[in-house]
Design a binder for this molecule. Sequence first.
Ligand SMILES: Nc1ncnc2c1ncn2[C@@H]1O[C@H](COP(=O)(O)OP(=O)(O)OP(=O)(O)O)[C@@H](O)[C@H]1O
Length: 252
Amino acid sequence: MSQPESTSTGRRGLAVDGVSARYGNLTACRPVSLRVEPGELVALIGPNGAGKTSLIGALNGTVAGTGEITLDGRRIDGLAAWRRVGIGLTTVPDNRGLFPSLTVADNLRLGALLSDRAKREKALDDAIALFPFLRTRWGDAAGALSGGQQQMLAIAKCMACSPRVLLLDEPTQGLAPIVVDELAEVLRNLRARGLPILLVEQSQYLVEAVADRFAVLVGGQIVHSGPRAALADREYIAGLYLQRKQAAVLSH
Ligand SMILES: Nc1ncnc2c1ncn2[C@@H]1O[C@H](COP(=O)(O)OP(=O)(O)OP(=O)(O)O)[C@@H](O)[C@H]1O
């Protein structure tokens, strides 16, 4: 990975320039560039195995990668994963990243641990304010919550880290449509607060409900990007997914 963390462009939000993701000799995602501005929700869609989760991993530092990642003008690609979280790059992983046997309270406290000490209590209070039901489940094991409530807790845990950007990997997995609507409302609310959000999602329903822009990742490459309105051309988007069959999906 490239080293400097100090370069400041003065530009706010998330800037991704030529970021790839690798597992040893396997390239899961070729160099990708994208921007997520403050108050913007960008969706990354694509077929299974396209490299979406791997790209999220390269951004948050849990998967090896190359390229430049800049958050609010600060280069972070040379930093360890935990330091990226401390700076404000937070992820809700596809498995939600909760500790099921710990209480709701302790999951949130763990989330807040990486936020600046002086801001920790306020970050925790803000996270709970977003999801008031959490107070009623404060002492319950996270694993005892419904799937939808666990997803909200996972987002609240990230909010307790005082995020500057939120990465969300397939949050609708296993959720009933009514819960997906609630999730859409939560994401719109976070976006309205100015938080940049990068959403990886298979559900076109959620993407159409919340995204400002989208990009299609196929075979580890962005093959198309556009405003939300362009998603209406479902036949075209579906055709892009099919390119997967023709593309050399992974290079070794
Ligand atoms: N830990 C790993 N080690 C080796 N290869 C991996 C690993 N994780 C993913 N891959 C490979 O990288 C490629 C991209 O996978 P990835 O999970 O990033 O795709 P995806 O677009 O998120 O797919 P899905 O929507 O099914 O989660 C796949 O071919 C996958 O087999």
